[in-house]
Design a protein around this ligand. Structure first.
Ligand code: OAD
Length: 248
């Protein structure tokens, strides 16, 4: 076993209050593109033109056509991968308590995690800009764009667009989870978007061990995280789960 995986297994064995912060990297193995880097969404689109609240208000049909429909099609087909399933297993083992995710794909819940904080909201639901009613994305008729609520208002993703605030309950709960956990697993995030990227800092300052799982270093590496397990989320998390399941 890789020595850092063995180190993580030993540390996870002795604690009961573990939190995970996840980003787009954990869903890549499910076929969902990340935001940054090669093949990333922001390589093809300018987020300020397509994912900013002002862009939506100026031309909701365009945002629907370019961003929402494309993401909806990809997310509708996606299934949890070994990374999501491994985190669900860690919860079932009584080790992992809460997943704070920046992802809007709903795959952690589909895998079986029961306490998932959707830091950037969700694409699985749409919200009426007029009456606030929520409608499941898969039930939305997108043949005429932008789709409208039964009240006539325009539907928008129930997700955080650029220029918008993090839902206060998600922010407050995440800060609380970060401050109280013994170990925080930081998986598949570039850790550059605030305030999500502050959660590992809060965890570290409150005495937690911070373990990163990512093929690449991030701004947290060597500064905030105790160590980086360099690799793909699915493989690394499965290796950790196997290590924990083996008898000592
Ligand atoms: P990014 O696209 O910024 O970063 C993806 C991270 O995943 C990178 O650090 C990669 O090295 C890593 N990665 C790639 N393949 C991986 C694999 N197989 N296993 C594990 N990690 C892998 O995604 P986020 O950090 O999630 O916000 O982006 C944060 C926010 O920026 C998003 O929530 C979104 C975006 O703008 C909003 O839309 C508000």
């Amino acid at each position: 076993m890789n020595s850092l995986i063995a180190r993580a297994v030993n540390q996870l064995r002795s604690v009961r209050n573990v939190a995970a912060l996840t980003g787009a990297g954990i869903s890549i193995e499910s076929g969902i593109p990340p935001f940054r880097g090669k093949g990333g969404l922001w390589e093809r689109f300018d987020p300020m033109e397509i994912a900013h609240i002002d862009a939506f208000l100026a031309d909701p049909a365009r945002v629907w056509r370019v961003l929402v429909k494309e993401l909806k099609d990809i997310i509708d087909r996606a299934e949890p991968n070994d990374g999501h399933k491994g985190l669900a297993r860690l919860e079932a083992m009584g080790i992992l308590k809460t997943v704070i995710t920046q992802n809007v794909d709903g795959l952690h819940q589909m895998a079986g995690n029961t306490d998932v904080i959707e830091f950037h909201g969700t694409f699985a639901w749409q919200r009426c800009t007029q009456c606030d009613k929520r409608v499941e994305t898969r039930a939305v008729d997108a043949s005429v764009l932008p789709p409208r609520c039964s009240c006539g208002g325009i539907l928008r993703p129930d997700a955080v667009l650029f220029g918008e605030m993090i839902p206060p309950v998600a922010l407050w709960r995440s800060q609380d989870v970060a401050a109280r956990c013994d170990v925080m697993l930081v998986i598949g995030t570039s850790a550059i978007v605030q305030p999500a990227a502050s959660m590992p800092i809060i965890a570290k300052q409150s005495g937690a061990i911070v373990i990163e799982i990512n093929p690449e270093p991030t701004p947290l590496t060597g500064v905030i995280s105790n160590y980086l397990i360099q690799g793909r989320a699915g493989e690394v998390i499965q290796a950790i789960v196997s290590g924990l399941e083996k008898k000592r």
